[in-house]
Design a protein around this ligand. Sequence first.
Ligand code: F6R
Ligand code: ZN
Length: 187
Amino acid sequence: MKPTFSQPPHVDWLTGAFSRTPLLRKTTRLADLSGVFADVSGWRHADPQQVVYDVEMLDTPSGSGELFTGVTHLYPGKVGDEYFMTRGHFHALREQGEVYFGLRGSGLLLLQDEQGEMRLEPVFAGSVHIIPGFTAHRLINTGTEILSALAVWSSNAGHDYAALAGGFAWRVVEEDHQVQIREVQNG
Ligand code: F6R
Ligand code: ZN
């Protein structure tokens, strides 16, 4: 049988922009991130319509064995002294890992396993991050430009946000013009 020829989607590695539509697009604003930032009063006084991140995904098949591909564009900013970040999640199917590729900007990938052990990896253009299964992940923009990262994950992994309702164990803040990590105080 003669092979068919089809044009693949194209991503601009410098900006993370996909050239092909349709794309699935989800915008997350400050108003959507209730309880995520430590400074509740700072969050209340900020513009609720402020966009924190956009996720653009290729509209590809879902189902067992399929892969999703998406780019997160995380804007620079802070609530109080805490940098803008994604909500962060475990996968609903805990064993499912994921790969992130840094495209532009600078930030951190925060990884926390089910025992609460945490590590941070710097994210920059060209960085490759192997997120193991059973590990929650969150992007943090510590820079002054948009942080964009491409992700590939199993389409049946799902997201479990509720398991992290108590938050990650550490926060990433700016203190004395430097990036610092601060342990979350309970209570
Ligand atoms: C998919 C994935 C990313 C995030 C995106 C937004 O498994 O890890 O595409 O979904 O960075 O972050 P959340 O989903 O935590 O709001
Ligand atoms: Zn994920």
